[in-house]
Design a protein around this ligand. Structure first.
Ligand SMILES: *Cc1c(COP(=O)(O)O)cnc(C)c1O
Ligand code: SF4
Length: 381
């Protein structure tokens, strides 16, 4: 196929550092964002939608949580398979209109924990900056659907000034997570301006970029971006791969580039019904991430965001999955299963219980292979 300005396959076109080619074409990632599917009509051109998806997409377009899928991520969807795990993450479903017991508009109580505009603090030593409300794709399970894709757009430095001032006045905060929305949808200049401003707060030691872009728009991981961010290390990248199908050659290359540029990469997966609630799928995902030098960090129980009941699993499912994986998967490939407690009171780890009895000075365990053993405490001093 020879679209406008597209090179023929015989031509060798070297990318520039910013991801544009030598003729100065728009960088591929910007092309992807500009051509994201955002309407039910376009979506129906690409996929055979079932009635529930069509109604979901029309609702998303009208008044629900918006619809956006990059051409790249769309290309990973199995066109004829309504249960495709990529599809379930991004194609709206009419069930989003349903209310499930416990559903909350703001499941993590972020509005209540806002200490300055778009600065959320839920732990004494950490804070979260919401640098934009835009994402490359809108994930149907998003915890922040109340504000993501809304009217605010990217936050200006002026808008974030009270957040920076608050951080400067609270030196106990050493770890700042830049999130959104997706911070990697910002232009490099915009993003660097935010990071540079954060770096001027001396008490901030670690900065984490929380992003789904390596999954849904890996073309964004350009040499230009990495070069611009490198002066601000230590910068950690928190990615969000949920299924092994997402680890395409392009995505693996993005992870490789991040690791080569000195970014520790941690992955946070969300446990989703019909997407990754299967031990073999999770094992393949976690092993694949480790091969790309990305550490599976958390497996998150899905937050009870309004309209996500159809995508969530019972707590017992996650615990059973961890039971299947523990002891069978390398420790570096095994994330912690956590529940971010509704209301915003912090994350708690859950999992199978290997302690079967506690008596004073003696703890009885069962091992992953079902052997029972005792551990004796040392004698009190
Ligand atoms: C999840 C989260 C953090 C970071 O938690 P870690 O367990 O340190 O990864 C910090 N602040 C907020 C508001 C969060 O939601
Ligand atoms: S990328 Fe993150 S913030 Fe954006 S829609 Fe997906 S889960 Fe929500």
């Amino acid at each position: 196929m020879q679209g406008p300005g597209r090179p023929s396959s015989a031509e060798v076109v070297l990318p520039r550092a910013d991801g544009a080619d030598l003729r100065g074409r728009t960088p591929e990632w910007k092309w992807q964002l500009a051509h994201a599917v955002r309407s039910s009509r376009e979506l129906a051109e690409h996929l055979d939608l079932c009635d529930a998806e069509r109604a979901g997409a029309e609702r998303a377009e009208r008044d629900g949580f918006p619809l956006a899928i990059t051409p790249y991520y769309l290309s990973l969807i199995d066109r004829g398979d309504p249960s495709c795990p990529i599809r379930r993450q991004v194609v709206p479903h009419v069930a989003e209109r349903e209310v499930t017991r416990g559903d909350l508009v703001d499941p993590l109580g972020e509005v209540a924990h806002e200490v300055a505009p778009d600065l959320v603090q839920r732990y004494p030593d950490r804070a979260l900056v919401l640098a934009t409300d835009r994402c490359a794709v809108y994930c149907r399970f998003c915890t922040r659907s109340r504000m993501v894709g809304g009217a605010g757009g990217t936050r200006t430095l002026e808008h974030l000034t009270p957040a920076f001032d608050w951080l400067a006045a609270h030196p106990e905060v050493r770890d700042v997570i830049v999130s959104g929305g997706d911070p990697l949808t910002l232009t490099t200049d915009r993003l660097v301006a935010v990071i540079a401003r954060l770096r001027r707060v001396e008490s901030v030691e670690t900065i984490r970029l929380a992003t789904r872009v390596p999954v849904v728009l890996p073309q964004r991981i350009t040499a230009e971006l990495l070069g611009a961010l490198a002066p601000y290390h230590p910068l950690w990248v928190m990615t969000h791969f949920n299924h092994p199908k997402e680890l395409t050659p392009l995505a693996r290359q993005g992870l490789e580039r991040l690791a080569n540029a000195g970014f520790p990469v941690m992955n946070q997966s969300v446990l989703l019904r019909g997407v990754n609630d299967d031990a073999a799928v999770l094992a393949e995902l976690f092993r694949g991430l480790v091969r790309c030098r990305a550490r599976p960090y958390y497996l998150l129980q899905a937050d009870p965001a309004k309209g996500t009941g159809h995508l969530r699993t019972p707590i017992a499912t996650g615990v059973a999955l961890m039971e299947q994986l523990w002891g069978r998967l390398s420790g570096i490939a095994l994330p912690k299963l956590v529940v971010d407690t509704p209301g915003g009171f912090g994350k708690v780890p859950i999992g199978p219980d290997y302690v079967i009895a506690r008596r004073p000075g003696v703890t009885r365990f069962r091992t992953p292979r079902g052997i029972e053993v005792e551990y004796f405490d040392p004698a009190p001093e």
